[in-house]
Design a protein around this ligand. Structure first.
Ligand code: GLN
Length: 471
């Protein structure tokens, strides 16, 4: 199973040389061997066996006419609702919450035949960059268990990287699919905002959140994305298919590199892998040009105002009355206080405080209003640059995977998001592809590079990703 793609599995399933039952058995073997240490999964689903058996039967009857993901063992980040399963967002406040319906993305994967192996660990409510912020303990990087897998979809990334699933679903609010993909040697995809329905995702920052795949190939990511995407009456921000028409796929691309943005904080090892990738693209006939996008440098500052503002509002619903944990108090207000004090972890509280502050009267214009203005200007800046170049390239992360506990200061962790947040703030599509490894203490650690496309340029981003990986 290790590093096998959906496409390879599909061929075997159709031939009958290896069945969905075999695949699930191999996945479970990998989990039994490694997950005690890695802790990618929060729960393994017992009904996966039955689903795999049914899938195997269906291949006998339907062969290549079977639905595209039939029998594929897929892991799901535990902030995405699966009917009848615990959906905790790795928070004590939702420890015993059982979802009462399927998220739209889950319904679509189910329809396509996916076998859900289990739910994966994340930073509490998807707030973090290392999966150390989970109320249920951290996840470790399968390439080096002394290091983090990235976050917040670290459990999903680790599950695929250790052979515990062929692919996984994550959510990306500021890099949470791309960054763990980069740390674990996978492909990670953040779609155009609105391409994928958010119905049934536990909201973090509603104007930023998108669900995306973590896979062993770009083709697999594209396959999953094309299954889960689409206009949804349950999410008014979803976009329709005709939005995509203007952006074309080409033989060779004119690729912009904002070198002014690659100064402080970028490690030499990641820089080398990034520059090598550009050289290879140039040798293959693509044009690499320097571009200037000065507002991108303001992205991190704007993100850490807009995101907590949305967090403070989205998390107001966890009050001990509607969902999950309830600690009784003398009156309603003390019940709210006690429940939230007990149920939320430190990072979640920090962001609720920050968000409440930037939204409060007197500060709204100075912080939240300003950040939204910067965001609008960033969008305009990108539209201008995409009139000149087909795509932009950046490293995915400033460093390779770091050691657990190395970034206990929240600010140092926030800096890890510098290259990923611009795509969320502006709503454009971005992919992280594995571009090489760097040696750290004798271990080969994966490094990712990121391709960013214009709004609705999802097909082009996939195409460029495939060209980088030679697919
Ligand atoms: N690392 C970023 C943060 O901590 C992004 C999180 C995400 O995309 N869910 O906010």
């Amino acid at each position: 199973m290790n590093n096998m793609t959906i496409q390879e599995l599909r061929k075997k399933f159709v031939e009958g040389s290896y069945t969905p039952v075999d695949a699930l058995a191999d996945v479970k073997k990998a989990i039994a061997e490694r997950d005690g240490e890695v802790h990618a999964y929060l729960e393994l689903f017992e009904d996966a066996d039955e689903a795999a058996q049914k899938a195997a039967e269906r291949y006998k009857e339907e062969g290549d006419d079977a639905p595209p993901l039939l029998g594929m063992p897929i892991a799901i980040k535990n902030n995405i609702l699966i009917e009848g399963k615990k959906t905790t967002a790795s928070s004590k406040i939702l420890e015993n919450y059982v979802a009462t319906y399927d998220a739209t993305v889950i319904a679509k994967l189910r329809e396509a035949g996916a076998v859900f192996v289990g739910s994966t660990n994340l930073d509490e409510f998807a707030m973090g960059t290392s999966t150390e912020n989970s109320a249920f303990g951290p996840t470790r990087n399968p390439h080096d268990v002394t290091r983090v897998p990235g976050g917040s979809s670290g459990g999903s990334a680790a599950a695929v990287a250790m052979g515990g699933a062929v692919a996984a679903l994550g959510t990306d609010t500021g890099g949470s699919v791309r960054q763990p993909a980069a740390f674990c040697g996978l492909v990670g995809y953040k779609p155009t905002y609105g391409a994928v329905s958010r119905h049934g995702l536990i909201a973090m920052g509603s104007s930023l959140d998108q669900a995306g795949p973590l896979t062993n190939s770009v083709s697999d990511a594209e396959l999953i994305h094309n299954i889960i995407k689409g206009d949804d009456s349950m999410d008014s921000t979803t976009i329709t298919d005709d939005t995509y028409k203007e952006v074309s796929v080409k033989e060779t691309y004119r690729i912009g590199v904002p070198r002014h943005f690659l100064q402080e904080g970028l490690s030499e090892s990641v820089r080398t892998v990034f520059e090598d990738t550009l050289k290879k693209l140039e040798a293959a006939g693509h044009e690499i040009v320097d571009v200037s996008v000065p507002l991108m440098e303001k992205g991190l500052a704007a993100y850490y105002i807009v995101m907590p503002a949305e967090v403070s509002s989205n998390l107001a619903r966890f009050d001990g009355v509607r969902y999950g944990l309830r600690i009784e108090g003398d009156d309603l207000l003390s019940e709210y206080h006690k429940t939230r004090a007990e149920g939320f972890g430190a990072e979640v509280k920090r962001r609720i405080l920050l968000g409440t502050y930037v939204l409060s009267s007197g500060y709204y214009d100075a912080y939240y209003g300003k950040a939204e203005q910067v965001r609008e200007m960033m969008r305009a800046e990108l539209r201008e640059v995409f009139a000149d170049v087909d795509a932009l390239m950046l490293p995915t992360t400033p460093t390779p995977a770091f050691k657990l506990g190395a970034k206990s200061d929240p600010l140092s962790l926030y800096l890890e998001d510098i290259f990923t947040v611009p795509a969320n703030l502006t709503g454009v599509p971005a992919i992280s592809v594995p571009a090489g490894t760097v040696d750290e203490d004798g271990v080969a650690l994966p490094v990712g590079v990121q391709c960013i496309g214009p709004h609705a340029g999802d097909a082009r981003v996939f195409d460029l990703g495939k060209k980088i990986l030679g697919e």
